[in-house]
Write a protein that binds this ligand. Sequence first.
Ligand SMILES: Cc1cc2nc3c(=O)[nH]c(=O)nc-3n(C[C@H](O)[C@H](O)[C@H](O)COP(=O)(O)O)c2cc1C
Length: 136
Amino acid sequence: MKVVYWSSTGNTERMAEMLAEEIKNAGGSAEVSEVSTVSPTDLEGETVFALGASAMGDEELDEGEMEPFVEEVEKFAAGKKVALFGSYDWGDGEWMRKWEERMKEAGAEVVGTVIANNEPGDDDQANLAELAKKLV
Ligand SMILES: Cc1cc2nc3c(=O)[nH]c(=O)nc-3n(C[C@H](O)[C@H](O)[C@H](O)COP(=O)(O)O)c2cc1C
């Protein structure tokens, strides 16, 4: 299963690695890629995938790489099972609520979302393990 993430300081990257580990623990396989190394079309043939990005701007996705990537994914997201995750700091997770809503409007089934305040810890890994079970 493909896990594509954007991360500025490594927090969401760590979550992507944790999710991959938990996907393996749940009996699946995971391929983790930083968003700039893949094309949105790499996800087009997948029925299930996970996307990660931290809160940037004012409760937005990173506008350089992640926002354009997600705009392309929205075009073929209908009917796909998608998991969303990412790290944030001072907000209340608004960026993730907006992102989840967008994916649903695009027709995706959002199987779950996990947000971590700054560096992910054990609680976040437990939440990512639950998310992994829904994906596998
Ligand atoms: C330019 C910038 C904008 C940010 N905007 C938000 C925000 O709107 N809401 C929030 O909760 N955190 C915001 N943050 C905090 C980051 O989301 C937080 O540091 C997160 O852990 C970064 O994860 P990453 O290392 O995966 O990028 C912002 C950080 C930066 C540098």
